[in-house]
Design a protein around this ligand. Structure first.
Ligand code: CA
Ligand code: CA
Length: 69
């Protein structure tokens, strides 16, 4: 019974964190301080916004560019 409660608890945590807006570090999978197109691909919305957000056109989003998202 305890393990079932733990499982349900984990599912609730997962679903609630997915509902929150992801932050820069959530997208920056390799933690290099930049979001590549591959990293942005986890979000359809971010992928679509990528080219508009990438104001210096280096095909990466830095934290300043992402802050406009
Ligand atoms: Ca990265
Ligand atoms: Ca950029």
């Amino acid at each position: 019974m305890n393990s079932l409660k733990t499982l349900i608890g984990s599912l609730l945590v997962l679903s609630s964190s997915a509902a929150l807006a992801a932050s820069f570090s959530d997208y920056d999978a390799n933690q290099d301080g930049l979001i590549s197109k591959e990293e942005a691909a986890v979000s359809v919305e971010l992928s679509e916004a990528f080219d508009k957000l990438d104001t210096d056109k280096d095909a990466m989003l830095n934290e300043k560019e992402f802050s406009e998202y």
